[in-house]
Every structure is written in structure tokens, then in C-alpha cells.
Design a protein around this ligand. Structure first.
Ligand SMILES: Nc1ncnc2c1ncn2[C@@H]1O[C@H](COP(=O)(O)OP(=O)(O)OP(=O)(O)O)[C@@H](O)[C@H]1O
Ligand SMILES: [Mg+2]
Length: 455
């Protein structure tokens, strides 16, 4: 019997060790969560004391002890309201003692991480006097697996789960809350994969996708079946942008027309953007993706300079006015600063949602976060080249978080776009830019020196 127990223990230990190395997510669910919960509960009081998160006994407790001739009472730690295991870690909810504040906890997160033996700890104030510590049990960004997103009827119809946050939560891109976004990063840092994930998230929704891909279309053209309009060079891009500005004007005319009816009806809501219109009349929202935006702002001749000015003007107009017409910009580039010329900083200021992948210098990171948070600038520079896809993203609370999108291959994205091809709306104003999805013949392009294979 004794031998049997020893064998079982050895097998379980070896299995746990193997799982921990090979499948950290499974290890966490099977063993890690229980072990970490026990560890935290056992060490809780001493860790809180060591991290300076206790308060000395109050005057009345001291007086009571003195009257009862008892030893001096100990300092008290914050009360544990709840300890809840999650798929990736633990959530510890604490009730603060008088005199403590949420900043004490956010300043101590790194010390708590070491003391509790966790991978990451972040803190946030839930309400006055209650702080939540979110802890991750293993490096969730090493191999990203997205959990099933929570859906509810009250949620925005344009909210796309796009990446995983360091604390194990899902990072959403919500176009109604943050209409325009800017994604920066050095070459090979994972911008196009991030954008591909966005397209995959948007493909099943009622939305028109319009794209400009100045890398001759290598990133977006394979997804063409789900796109209502695409451009792969600055000349076509200019025509496409001007057509989109015209589409925006049409949408505003429609909203105006509806407003006149509403004014005549005393109690009706008056529409000021497409979401106020009745569903039957509402134009399809448009998400407009631009990859390698700097290409649109470069010029080598006078003609190209004129074209550049018109492109940037159109982009600024879309960023300024597009939101209410349901046009949302998603711009990707390596750098997006004033060295690209007039109008760029004005455009950048309109792009609220910021994401920075690995950057090579501080000025590039500052283009994304300089005016938001110096810590985020530092975090973006510290991303290692070995971990493409890791990025720093601003969130709706004004804070920031490290995120990583799942490594979706182009094949998977193409399959998904093809599966949702029937959702691609026809936008009459952009009909001329609807990509042709005829079969491509490789013989038409040949740059390699190798002789063609003849069977
Ligand atoms: N989220 C991710 N997880 C794992 N690997 C990734 C991720 N994102 C990108 N990569 C890897 O990094 C490589 C480069 O990614 P991507 O093409 O998106 O970079 P990029 O920033 O668009 O580069 P460029 O500026 O040259 O277009 C990909 O081929 C992929 O192997
Ligand atoms: Mg790219």
C-alpha cells in the first residue's frame, strides 16, 4: 500500500513538472491554481507586513489591550474579501484599512509578485476602499490562446477581441468608444499580424472593410473577398480616399434628411450620427485600414508632393469628421511623426487608440505615448526583438497594458474572410475600388533568376 502511494506521488509530480514546462496553461488549471492559492493564504500576513501594506493598531485597540493587561496588538493587514482562481491566474480582492490608498498597492505590485511567486501582479481600485490584485500564474503572452469572449446584448456592436493582455484579460478594440487608432512598431514587430487579427474580428460583423496597403497589397489583398474597396499604391489610394470623403458627405446628407423629419415630430430623438438612425436606414459603418502609412506621405517630385498633400488632407478630414458618419480609421506604420511633413501631427492627434509594438528608439515610442504616459514609452522600448507581436496598448481608462495578438496565419485569415465573403457590403461610392478576386497566375510575375520548372 505504502509503495503504491509513493508511485502515485512520483507519477503526479513528474506529470506536474512536465505539464509546467510544456503546457503551462493546463498545469495552472490542474495544479498551479490550488498551490498558488494555498501559498498566498499561508504567506499573506507576513508578505503584507514585509511590503509595508499593514496599518498599526488603532488607539482604541491599544487602550483596550492596556486596560485588559494584554500584549500590544499586532499591525493589521487589509481584509481579504475574495480570492478567485481564473483560467490564467488569481484575483484577490482586498478591503483597505483606514489610512491606506490604492497607490500603496500599485507601488508594491512588483514586491508582491516576488513574494507570492507569481508571474505578474497588477492592481486597480474597484471602488472606494476596495482594491483588486490581478495575478497571473504563468507567462500568458508566451503562447497566446484567446479565451472565449463574453458577449451581451448591451455591448457595442463594433467591439472586437484582438489580443490578450498581460493580466490574462482580453484586449478589445471598440470602435464606438475609440473611433480611430494608430499602431506603430519597427519592421518585423508584428503590426501586420495585429491588423490581420482585427480584420478576422471584424469579418463576421456588419461592417464594410476598406483598405490601403502600400506594400503592393501583400498583406490585405489576400483578404480581398471580405473587402469592399482596396488600394495598393498611393495613386489609387488618393482616388479611394476622395471617394470615401464623398461617401462621408452622402452619409451626412442622409442624417440631415432624417433630422428634418425628427424636428417635425416633437418627442423623437434627433439623429446626429448613424447609430441614431433606424436600423433599416442606417448606412453600414466602414472600418478603414491603412498599412505602412508613411508611404502615403513620401514624395520625390512636385507632382507626388501635390498628391501627398491631397492624401493627407483627405485623411485628416476623415479623422475629424468620420466618426459620426460611421467611418473609423485604423492606421499602421513604422513611424508617424512630424518629419513626414505638414498635417501629420494634426492627423496623429485625432487617432485616440494607441498601440506600440517594439520600437528602436524613444522618439518612435513617443509618437504613440509621449503625450499619454512616459512609463508606456519605456515599456515599448523594452520589448525584445525575440517576442514579435508584444505591444503596449493604451486602454480606455487612460492607463496602458502589455498585450499580444494570437499568431494568426495569413491562411487562417484568408479562410475566415472567404467564409464571411457574403457579408461584404456594396458601397456604391467605392464600387470602382472593389477588388477583383479572379485567380492569380504566378507566371505573370517573375523576378527570380531560377529557370522556370518545366515538367
Ligand atoms: N502575435 C504574434 N505572435 C507570434 N509571432 C508573431 C506575432 N506577430 C508577429 N509575429 C511574427 O513576426 C513576424 C513579423 O510580423 P509582421 O509581418 O506583422 O511585422 P510588421 O511589423 O508588419 O513588419 P513590417 O513593418 O516589415 O511589415 C511574423 O511573420 C510572425 O512570425
Ligand atoms: Mg507589416
Amino acid at each position: 500500500m505504502g509503495e503504491f502511494i509513493v508511485i502515485v506521488l512520483v507519477v503526479v509530480t513528474v506529470a506536474a513538472g512536465l505539464l509546467r514546462r510544456r503546457r503551462p496553461a493546463w498545469y495552472w488549471v490542474c495544479f498551479g491554481a490550488v498551490l498558488a492559492s494555498v501559498r498566498i493564504l499561508v504567506r499573506y500576513a507576513s508578505v503584507m507586513e514585509a511590503c509595508g501594506l499593514t496599518v498599526p493598531p488603532s488607539r482604541w485597540r491599544l487602550a483596550l489591550a492596556r486596560m485588559a493587561n494584554r500584549p500590544v496588538p499586532e499591525s493589521r493587514s487589509p481584509r481579504i474579501l475574495r480570492l478567485r482562481p481564473t483560467r490564467t491566474g488569481l484575483v484577490l480582492r482586498l478591503k483597505l484599512r483606514p489610512g491606506q490608498d490604492a497607490f500603496d498597492f500599485s507601488a508594491a505590485t512588483d514586491r508582491l509578485r516576488h513574494s507570492f511567486g507569481m508571474q505578474g501582479v497588477s492592481s486597480r481600485e474597484l471602488r472606494s476602499g476596495v482594491v483588486e490584485l490581478r495575478m497571473t500564474g504563468y507567462d500568458v503572452l508566451k503562447c497566446v490562446r484567446m479565451p472565449a469572449p463574453k458577449t451581451s446584448a448591451s455591448m457595442s456592436p463594433l467591439r472586437v477581441p484582438v489580443a490578450l493582455r498581460e493580466d490574462g484579460a482580453i484586449h478589445y478594440r471598440d470602435y464606438r468608444a475609440v473611433p480611430h487608432g494608430l499602431t506603430l512598431g519597427a519592421t518585423q514587430s508584428g503590426k501586420s499580424v495585429y491588423q490581420r487579427n482585427l480584420v478576422c474580428g471584424l469579418a463576421p460583423l456588419d461592417v464594410a472593410l476598406v483598405g490601403i496597403d502600400c506594400k503592393q497589397g501583400v498583406e490585405l489583398f489576400p483578404l480581398a473577398r471580405r473587402f469592399s474597396a482596396l488600394a495598393d499604391n498611393p495613386d489609387t489610394a488618393l482616388d479611394l480616399l476622395e471617394a470615401l470623403v464623398a461617401h462621408m458627405a452622402d452619409v451626412y446628407q442622409l442624417i440631415r434628411a432624417e433630422q428634418r423629419i425628427s424636428v417635425a415630430v416633437p418627442d423623437a430623438e434627433i439623429a446626429a450620427d448613424i447609430w441614431d438612425l433606424p436600423a433599416g436606414l442606417r448606412p453600414t459603418p466602414v472600418v478603414f485600414l491603412v498599412d505602412e502609412v508613411a508611404e502615403l506621405a513620401l514624395f520625390a517630385s512636385k507632382d507626388e508632393e501635390r498628391r501627398r498633400d491631397r492624401i493627407i488632407t483627405a485623411l485628416v478630414r476623415l479623422a475629424q469628421l468620420g466618426r459620426a458618419a460611421g467611418i473609423y480609421l485604423e492606421i499602421c506604420g513604422q513611424r508617424f511623426g512630424s518629419e513626414l511633413g505638414k498635417g501629420i501631427t494634426m492627423l496623429r492627434a485625432q487617432l485616440t487608440g494607441r498601440t506600440a509594438h517594439r520600437v528602436n528608439d524613444e522618439t518612435s515610442a513617443s509618437m504613440a505615448f509621449g503625450d499619454i504616459s512616459p512609463d508606456a514609452v519605456l515599456a515599448a522600448i523594452q520589448i525584445s526583438p525575440d517576442t514579435p507581436g508584444i505591444a503596449v496598448a493604451g486602454d480606455s481608462t487612460g492607463g496602458w497594458a502589455r498585450i499580444r495578438a494570437p499568431h494568426t496565419s495569413l491562411r487562417d485569415a484568408v479562410n475566415l474572410c472567404n467564409a464571411h465573403a457574403d457579408r461584404t457590403p456594396d458601397l456604391p461610392a467605392l464600387a470602382a475600388f472593389r477588388p477583383a478576386v479572379a485567380a492569380f497566375s504566378p507566371a505573370s510575375v517573375s523576378l527570380s533568376k531560377a529557370a522556370p520548372v518545366t515538367a
